[in-house]
Design a protein around this ligand. Structure first.
Ligand SMILES: Cc1ncc(COP(=O)(O)O)c(C=O)c1O
Length: 380
């Protein structure tokens, strides 16, 4: 029996054609024709002031730290239940990540925990929209306004999701960071995007993006040679990546709809079974506001979850857990600190299991062994 992988990158049809066209055009470096097509598409769709393609969401997060000019010893509040880049991008500039607990229903930052972590060194709140579902943005914006803090959105998983006010995620904070990694909904292998939502950051972002030079102005023809102006690095992808991404963006609505259908399929079918203490998500991650990035279950215990992953593997279905909490990891202990008891973070990290979710998947091939294994484990 063939293995059902956890992820299978979806090709919408025009990826190879556009790569060939980029090659034929004879200009493969960054910030060319396809890059412009992608950023224009993103800016128009999301209604954001400016978008810059990056080679990853990690790079977009690193750019955020540079743009906002944080200094060693500054603090940034963030969840511990996230990917390492959310913290590392700031630690690289000497910023201290202050980890706080998540809400047990949305698995996103808990606003009341944010308030407890604010000190006179706090500069920003980094929100992570887990599984593409919006954080409590109204409450978090109020806290940020009251304490004069920046909001940076790690919307790695949240491309095309919206909050309850119909705002695209990534466009609400000062800066938004998106991932187009092959495990995301819209992909370019490795890839990402920085959304710049405040006019005042646009010019500096362009300079940092282009190795610290004013090359963007040169490309626009407003200066006749470009020169070194500021800090920076090579954050941009080449045209081969951008041309692949453009094909995906053109099919983005169709991809999102298909994922929502798969998500609902899982939910409706699994709801019909008695799974004992194995719980379905309490929020609808396949709603019209959400991008159906992840389908997860919560097992009753850590041991149950690990057994379930192991037995699903024996049944040729790949499932995975999420995340190893940052506050208790060696890097988190070395570079950051945490506030509160981290009860929800530890609990969710121990019990969450992600199911395969990719276009073309027959969910029955996952559900059949899953339900049988859960029933067997429930009887132990
Ligand atoms: C919440 C979060 N932030 C950042 C990243 C990093 O994204 P990338 O691989 O594009 O750098 C990921 C990757 O999965 C993520 O889940």
């Amino acid at each position: 029996m063939s293995i059902i992988p956890f992820n299978k990158p979806y090709l919408s049809g025009n990826e190879i054609k556009y790569i060939q066209e980029a090659h034929l055009a004879g200009a493969l470096a960054g910030n060319g024709t396809y890059t412009n097509k992608c950023t224009t598409w993103i800016e128009q769709k999301l209604q954001c002031k400016s978008a810059l393609l990056t080679h990853s969401c990690t790079a977009a997060l690193e750019m955020s730290s540079l743009i906002l000019d944080y200094k060693p010893g500054d603090e940034i509040i963030m969840p511990s239940y996230t990917f390492v880049s959310s913290a590392n991008a700031f630690v690289l500039r000497g910023v201290i990540p202050v980890f706080v607990d998540i809400d047990p229903i949305t698995l996103n930052l808990s606003p009341s925990e944010i308030i407890k972590a604010i000190t006179n060194k706090t500069k920003a709140i980094l929100v992570v929209h887990y599984a593409g579902h919006s954080c409590f943005m109204d409450q978090i914006q109020k806290i940020a306004n009251d304490f004069n803090l920046d909001i940076i959105e790690d919307a790695a998983q949240a491309f095309l999701s919206k909050d309850s006010n119909n705002r695209y995620l990534g466009t609400i904070g000062s800066l938004g960071c998106i991932s187009f990694h092959e495990t995301k909904n819209i992909i370019s292998g490795e890839g990402g995007c920085l959304l710049i939502n405040k006019e005042e950051h646009i010019e500096r972002a362009q300079v940092l993006h282009e190795k610290g030079t004013n090359r963007t102005k040169f490309l626009k023809g407003t200066i006749d040679k470009y020169t070194w102006e500021d800090l920076g690095s090579s954050f941009l992808p080449g045209e081969l990546v951008a041309s692949f991404l453009y094909a995906q963006l053109q099919s983005a609505e169709e991809i999102t709809q298909k994922r929502r259908k798969l998500w609902s399929d899982y939910y409706l079918k699994l709801s019909a079974y008695d799974l004992g203490d194995v719980k379905l998500p309490q929020i609808n991650l396949g709603s019209d506001l959400d991008n159906a990035h992840i389908f997860y279950l919560l097992a009753p215990t850590h041991e149950f979850r690990d057994n379930l992953i192991y037995k699903m593997k024996l049944a040729n279905v790949q499932t995975v857990f999420h995340y190893v909490p940052l506050h208790s990891s060696p890097g988190g202990i070395r570079f950051g600190r945490f506030i509160g008891n981290m009860e929800n973070t530890n609990d969710i990290a121990n019990r969450l299991i992600r199911l395969p979710l990719w276009i073309g998947l027959d969910t029955d091939l996952v559900i059949r062994p899953l339900v049988k294994i859960i029933n067997d484990l429930n009887r132990l």
